[in-house]
Write a protein that binds this ligand. Sequence first.
Ligand code: MN
Length: 201
Amino acid sequence: MRYPYKLMELGYDYKALEPVITEKTMGYHHGKHMAGYTNNLNAALESRKDLHEKTLVEILSDKELLDSNSAIKNNGGGVYNHTLYFNSLKKGTKPSKYVVDVLSKTFESLDNFKAELKKACLTQFGSGWAYLVVDEKKNLKIVKNGNQETPLVNNLTPIMTIDVWEHAYYLDYQNLRGKYVDELLSIINWDFVEKQLKEVL
Ligand code: MN
C-alpha cells in the first residue's frame, strides 16, 4: 500500500460476519472509522512528497518519523491495523494441520493459543490491539499495544489481530469485551492466518 490510500475493499459485505459482528457495526467500523483514518492519512501525507513512494509498512517501521508526526502515526496505524483486522475475519474456515502444528509448537495447543490471545485482549487497558506476530528469529509471540500503534515499529511482523477499541464491539456487546473476543475467535480467517505464516516462516 502506498499514497494515495483508498478505503480498503473488504472482499465481503457488511452482513457477512453476522451474527458475531452486525451489519451496523461493520457500517460504522469500516465505512466511518476506517474511512476516517484513510482520509486523514492522505491529508497528513499530502505535503510529505518524500513519503509518497514509501510503503505503509516502511512508514510504520520508522520510529523517528512516527515520534515526530502523530497524525501519520495514528492514521497510518489505523489503516494498517484495520486492514489486518478485517482480513483476519471470515466465517466458516478451519485451521489446517499446518496452522495447528505451527501454533501448538509455541502455544502448546490451538485452544491455548486462543486463550493467550484472549488474555492479551482483556489485559489491554483502554483502546488497542492484540496480535499474533513473528519476530526476527521467526519465533511466534502474542503482543498487544494501545491506540493505533503497531508491532512493526518493534521489528515484529503481524500475522493477525483483534481490535479491542470499544467501537469494534460496543453496539453488539456493550461493555462485554470478553464475550466479543470469544465470539470473534469463532470467525478467525484461518486461511489468511496460514497464508501470512507461510510468508514469514
Ligand atoms: Mn477499529
